[in-house]
Ligand binder design. Structure first.
Ligand code: ADP
Ligand code: MG
Length: 700
């Protein structure tokens, strides 16, 4: 017989085919089990009785106990029933607009009632409109609790009678049917060792908490379980990958690397850079395939690390490629790498969407012949026509800009998977990174090259613009260059381009030619125009670059010391931090000026003040995670996860996540194949979870 939780939701009493269809559409609830995993997003605590004296209109729903002392007369036209309610500490009014005859009949002056509702203020008095009455809270024979769950719903669902209370009623029905037959999902030895409550108890208490303590226990267990299975799945995939994929063996460090190291390297490496190169070196000569994430704040020098590893690949007869998210960045990498490798016999080529056909054909041919050692490019690299002779090492720069599927395609380019290094300046906690990006190993460059001064960040309202212009003038007079960045956001693209144009006009008026030279870069320019403008700025001919956030990634002009960000309130924290990373690359003191309107939401205010208070990328990433939750962390991250989350929150449950990973590691260490009888359940659940989701973890 089918397991009860796999039953289609339409068969639950109170649902039926029509509601079932909408439940699936709106909330992705298809089965009994899906409904059970539609967890409340908050709870209303009815375990505490408040005194009327304590309450105020800004409080959420409260529970009160007192007497109805009488009814206030209102004219028949007004159609409402008002009862005076008092508990000895104060009094308020209870108001009904509907069902007046019914409430007139059941409510009696002098009787005691327990009521529940949200205090509001009307004509200077506190009242509660349509309070719940105690005897209505309990429905005969149904599971209820004094801590009430609140469920996510949608307008369309509410329209057909599936608001939060209706969902709660369905949960009650469902639990009544399913609880006795619900099978445990964690092996008993894990339950015992961790003193978890049982699945049944947890499910009951997460939907209908019998006490705050049991609610906490239920949440702890369910969150652990969710994260534990993700970690278990990731760790198993990793073990199998390590076994199945023999990595290319880079057995030697040869002429290319050594020549570069001794003669071409323009500076000494930081200790962190050396450590990371050693970590990569150890991977590539281990016989295993490397799958490594390199985290390092903007400007920490990831590129040189990648380059030196590509030289080791070349030393061992392998080709490398490096994929960057924008054409500007790919071109810049190509130029700086070509420059650094000048005079060495390493062939570097550039392939982007705008590489012309004849040149492209020649390039692809050389690539197939193995004559090109390092290929740099944009996502044009993943196209099928791009075939290598011996691709051994893949670098993906600013990886958060790429979708999981795109990365996977590169991986498939050779029969044998090459070593993969993904680089990101979005520093997220280690365990979280491993969870989001699948089974990557993580390296961190936690040190900036010497001599960098921390960027000073300040916030100005738009009204202070002339002051900012004055400051720009001073900096330019001192020989520095300035970026002025405007937001460009999908939905409001037209408006944004207009703002950019207006801004450009204003700046060219305030900073007129021929004394000043201002250039502009944005996505609508033709490539050669974009390139010409970029070059003007890179060569130091232009004093000011007006741009959209296209320059967010990677661009490197050490002489630029001021970053002005217009409408800073519209940027996310990660983006602001990236933009700021464009300055502070030279020896001079650099500045980041955040401009905004006066009206700011709390969320925008916290982002801006975070930026002003720290330069630390990790701190910013953590604040970012807390402020908005990892759900939309750079959009594509969640799609990199093995299974979706229902109850755990990667932003706030990091302790549970760490612990779950540790337990998963222990389990696999003791029983790598999960072949012990006591682990049979783990295998079964993993299979089930896999079948119900797309598993990308192998291609991260
Ligand atoms: P990111 O990690 O943001 O990609 P880059 O690789 O672009 O940073 O490096 C930023 C700048 O720092 C580049 O100009 C690079 O040449 C320089 N750089 C990298 N490593 C060092 C170092 N060890 N000492 C001095 N400068 C360095
Ligand atoms: Mg970079």
């Amino acid at each position: 017989m089918d397991y009860i939780l796999d039953t289609e939701i339409k068969f639950l009493p109170g649902v039926g085919p029509k509601r079932a269809e909408l439940l699936q559409k709106e909330l992705n609830i298809r089965t009994f089990g899906d409904l059970l995993h539609h967890f409340p997003f908050r709870y209303i605590d009815k375990t505490r009785i408040y005194a009327i004296r304590e309450i105020s209109e800004d409080m959420p729903d409260v529970l009160l106990k007192g007497k109805i002392t009488g009814f206030r007369e209102v004219s028949a036209k007004q159609k409402r029933l008002i009862a005076m309610f008092s508990d000895g500490t104060g009094s308020i009014e209870l108001v009904w607009f509907k069902g007046i005859p019914y409430f007139k009949k059941i409510l009696h002056a002098g009787n005691t009632y327990t009521i529940f509702g949200k205090p509001t203020s009307f004509n200077g008095r506190l009242n509660i409109v349509h309070p719940e009455l105690d005897d209505m809270v309990k429905e005969e024979g149904k599971i209820t609790s004094s801590i009430q769950a609140v469920y996510g719903s949608t307008e369309r669902l509410k329209d057909i009678g599936l608001g939060t209370r209706d969902i709660s009623r369905l949960q009650s029905t469902l639990l009544g049917m399913a609880l006795p037959r619900m099978e445990e999902t964690l092996p008993s030895y894990l339950i015992e060792a961790n003193q978890f409550i049982s699945l049944r108890e947890a499910m009951l208490n997460v939907h209908f908490p019998q006490s705050l303590d049991l609610l906490k226990k239920a949440q702890d267990r369910l969150k652990f379980e969710e994260l534990f299975y993700i970690e278990l799945s990731i760790l198993r995939t990793r073990t199998r990958r390590v076994k199945a994929n023999n990595g290319f063996l880079f057995s030697q460090v040869g002429e290319n690397f050594n020549h570069f190291f001794h003669h071409s390297l323009p500076f000494g490496l930081t200790d962190a850079q050396k450590r990371v190169i050693r970590e990569i070196r150890a991977d590539t000569r281990s016989g295993r395939q490397m799958n490594r994430l390199l985290q390092g704040d903007v400007g920490s020098g990831k590129t040189i690390v990648a380059l030196m590893c590509m030289l080791i690949a070349a030393d061992n007869g392998y080709q490398s490629c490096m994929m960057a998210p924008t054409e500007i960045l790919a071109t810049q990498h190509f130029k700086s790498i070509t420059e650094m490798l000048r005079g060495m016999g390493v062939n570097v080529a550039l392939l982007t969407g705008s590489t012309r056909k004849p040149a492209r054909r020649e390039l692809l041919e050389k690539l197939r012949q193995g004559e090109i050692h390092i290929l740099i490019g944009t996502h044009a690299l993943v196209e099928d026509a791009v075939q290598f002779e011996r691709l051994g090492f893949v670098v993906i720069d600013e990886q958060h800009r790429f979708g999981v599927a795109q990365r996977g395609k590169l991986w498939e380019k050779s029969e044998h998977p090459p070593h993969i290094l993904v680089m990101t300046a979005t520093p997220i906690p280690r365990t979280l990174a491993m969870t989001l990006y699948g089974d990557l190993d993580v390296s961190v460059i936690n040190e900036l090259p010497p001599g960098r001064k921390p960027v000073k960040t300040v916030h100005y309202f738009d009204s202070k613009r002339s002051h900012v212009f004055g400051f720009m003038r001073e900096q330019i007079a001192a020989g520095r260059q300035v970026y002025v960045v405007y937001p460009l956001i999908g939905e409001s693209e037209k408006m944004d381009y207009k703002n950019l144009q207006d801004g450009w006009e204003m700046i060219t008026q305030v900073f007129p030619a021929p004394q000043y030279k201002v250039c502009m870069v944005h996505g609508k320019l033709k490539n050669d125009e974009k390139e010409a403008a970029m070059q003007e700025f890179v060569r130091g001919e232009a004093h000011i670059m007006v741009a959209t956030s296209v320059i967010e990634v990677g661009v490197n002009v050490p002489n630029a010391s001021v970053m002005v960000i217009e409408s800073a309130e519209r940027f996310g924290l990660a983006q602001l931090h990236q933009l700021r990373g464009r300055v502070g690359r030279g020896a001079e003191q650099s500045f980041c000026i955040l401009m905004s309107g006066v009206k700011l939401s709390d969320y925008s205010r916290s982002r801006i003040s975070k930026m002003c208070s720290t330069n630390d990328g990790f701190e910013i990433a953590e604040a970012d995670l807390k402020l908005r939750g990892p759900g939309d962390l750079e959009g594509t991250l969640q799609s990199g996860m093995a299974f979706s989350l229902h109850i755990a929150n990667l932003g706030t449950d990091s302790k549970i996540l760490e612990y779950a990973r540790q337990v998963a590691e222990q389990v696999l260490q003791a029983d790598p194949l999960l072949s012990d009888a006591k682990n049979a359940l783990l295998l079964k659940i993993l299979h089930k979870l896999k079948n119900s989701s797309k598993d990308y973890s192998v291609v991260s």
